[in-house]
Design a protein around this ligand. Structure first.
Ligand code: ASP
Length: 338
């Protein structure tokens, strides 16, 4: 089943403004006549209207998750066509929302619209469909049993991925986890990297997401006023604190006091590095250790997208602060390495 949400892949140029705007599914599919050669029984659902992924919000994630839940038993796999801008957020959110997933949910899109001569959209769509249909030759089970992003030459774990380039056809990467497959002359899966759930439980779709979570980005020019304005955002429950290097932030008293007071008021704070590669080790430097001592949770090598959506999912599941703190410290579906 193809779930078409929008994105560049299905866009056409607006004759008036000359900007790209999402267009309908038939336009997209008409531009990929080769799809018939796959001889798959393809069903589709489309967002009405299809959107630029910069307009995505948690209600759209719920729509996608519900569509997957509703059609889960009827199809072998899902291909979600999506804009690249927020693709990693959607992939991360879906990985938490689809508990016990054992079928492929392959998210793809393109850098150039499908109607353009040099488009990467055709290849990405065809490859995503092939991956969604791929089965293990030994046991006949789906090769991919998780939410993944297929882009150009690689298949990445969704909740490990980040958009790395606004220009390159290889736009995504998971900096702290190997690719699930390499796409060349053939599709070479990496069995050691693929996610497997051991308990064969029925799919559970979680649609509760709490949006009272923010990202605070530390920088050398951060002032107490700016930090307090963010921490005092009305109603917030969680903060993804984007720190330097191995999880370091200013050791000044005003910074530490603000963080300690926020945690004292029940706000959960997870430490995620600004670096694209590697992770948080709060005990390495004093500038990280002071955060650990007041109760900031180490995000290890989690991505910002996964940290944010995991918090939204945990708070949205109605867990207590203590339960959220506990569950943030352990991987739920392969989103971080300890
Ligand atoms: N702005 C577009 C989107 O995210 C970019 C893309 O699809 O590549 O929908």
């Amino acid at each position: 089943m193809i779930i078409y949400t929008g994105g560049t892949i299905g866009m056409i140029e607006d004759p008036g403004t000359k900007t790209l705007r999402p267009f309908d599914f038939n336009h997209l599919i008409d531009n990929v006549p080769k799809i018939k050669m796959l001889d798959y029984d393809i069903r589709h659902i489309q967002f009405n209207p299809p959107i630029d992924s910069s307009d995505m919000n948690p209600a759209h994630w719920q729509q996608i998750a519900e569509a997957i839940g509703k059609n889960y038993d009827a199809v072998d796999g899902f291909v979600v066509l999506h804009g690249t801008d927020t693709m990693s957020y959607t992939a991360s959110a879906l990985s938490f929302m689809l508990e016990n997933l054992r079928k492929p949910v392959i998210i793809t899109g393109s850098q150039l619209p499908i109607g353009e001569v040099r488009t990467d959209g055709e290849e990405n769509l065809i490859t995503a469909l092939q991956i969604a249909a791929a089965t293990d030759p030994v046991n006949g089970e789906p090769m991919v049993q998780e939410v993944a992003i297929l882009f150009e030459n690689y298949l990445w774990r969704g909740n490990r991925s980040t958009k790395m380039s606004a220009d390159n056809f290889n736009a995504f990467k998971s900096n702290n986890y190997p690719s699930l497959a390499k796409i060349g002359l053939s599709i070479q899966f990496n069995p050691d990297a693929l996610w497997r759930v051991h308990d064969r439980l029925p799919l559970r779709v979680h649609t509760g997401l709490n949006t009272d979570v923010i990202i605070i980005y530390v920088s050398p020019c951060m002032t107490r006023t700016a930090l307090m304005a963010q921490i005092n955002t009305p109603g917030i429950k969680g903060i993804v604190l984007k720190t330097y290097g191995a999880g370091n932030a200013p050791s000044a008293a005003w910074f530490n006091d603000a963080i300690r007071d926020a945690i004292g008021r029940g706000i959960v704070i997870i430490n995620v590095t600004q670096c694209v590669n590697g992770g948080v080790r709060q005990k390495r430097y004093y500038t990280g250790d002071h955060l650990a001592r007041v109760g900031v949770i180490s995000g290890h090598d989690i991505t910002t997208e996964a940290a944010l959506t995991k918090m939204m999912f945990l708070f949205g599941s109605g867990l207590t602060t203590a339960q959220v703190v506990r569950r943030l410290q352990h991987p739920v579906c392969g989103e971080m390495s300890l």
